[in-house]
Design a protein around this ligand. Structure first.
Ligand code: PNS
Length: 171
């Protein structure tokens, strides 16, 4: 039997985004070809500690997508499902990198569906170039003075250099 169709094509793209990487940007751009609107949601992950404040993380994303219609940025420090209900969206967008992401993503998708049947998680496979990059590794490399140019948007790169007091802008 056919299920009721979702009323809108809004997707929530939640994450810690500490900071947003070019892998995330790629997912948002590709997602925006599928969905009418994407809300990039800086959400709270209690298992992580953060380098950038929520405001800084939102600001990076706003700057990157300031000219893009249909991409909004918001933050939420409660349950993702509560945000979803309140926003009227029914779809969660997530990127999937290597196999190592699978179990974590599977668990999150299932726990979210357990809370409301009115949600689907849609996965886009990470772009080939970004398969092995993560915010965590990028921070680690940057903190030790290594180059992360090209892995993160330029505004993020600048701020990482400032945070870690790295002088060599040419890296
Ligand atoms: O980028 P991350 O850290 O992998 O994103 C995980 C995130 C923030 C999407 C997840 O922790 C989340 O949904 N946090 C909101 C709280 C919540 O609803 N938790 C239960 C589902 S995991």
């Amino acid at each position: 039997m056919m299920q009721e169709k979702f009323e809108n094509k809004i997707a929530i793209y939640p994450g810690s985004f500490d900071p947003i990487t070019n892998g995330h940007v790629d997912i948002i751009k590709r997602g925006s070809r599928i969905f009418d609107e994407i809300i990039v949601l800086v959400a709270y992950n209690p298992n992580k500690s953060f380098l950038f404040s929520v405001e800084e993380r939102c600001q990076f994303i706003r700057e990157i997508f300031q000219d893009c219609k249909g991409i909004r940025v918001d933050f939420h420090d409660g349950l993702l499902i509560d945000y979803l209900k309140h926003s009227g969206a029914s779809t969660i967008l997530r990127g999937m990198r290597a196999l190592s992401d699978f179990e974590y993503e599977f668990q999150m998708a299932l726990i979210n569906r357990r809370q409301t049947k009115n949600v689907e998680t849609v996965f886009l496979m990470s772009g080939f170039r970004w398969f092995y990059t993560s915010s965590k590794l990028i921070k680690e490399v940057a903190s030790l003075g290594g180059s992360v140019r090209g892995l993160v948007p330029e505004n993020v790169h600048q701020k990482l250099m400032e945070k870690f007091n790295i002088k060599n802008n040419g890296k």
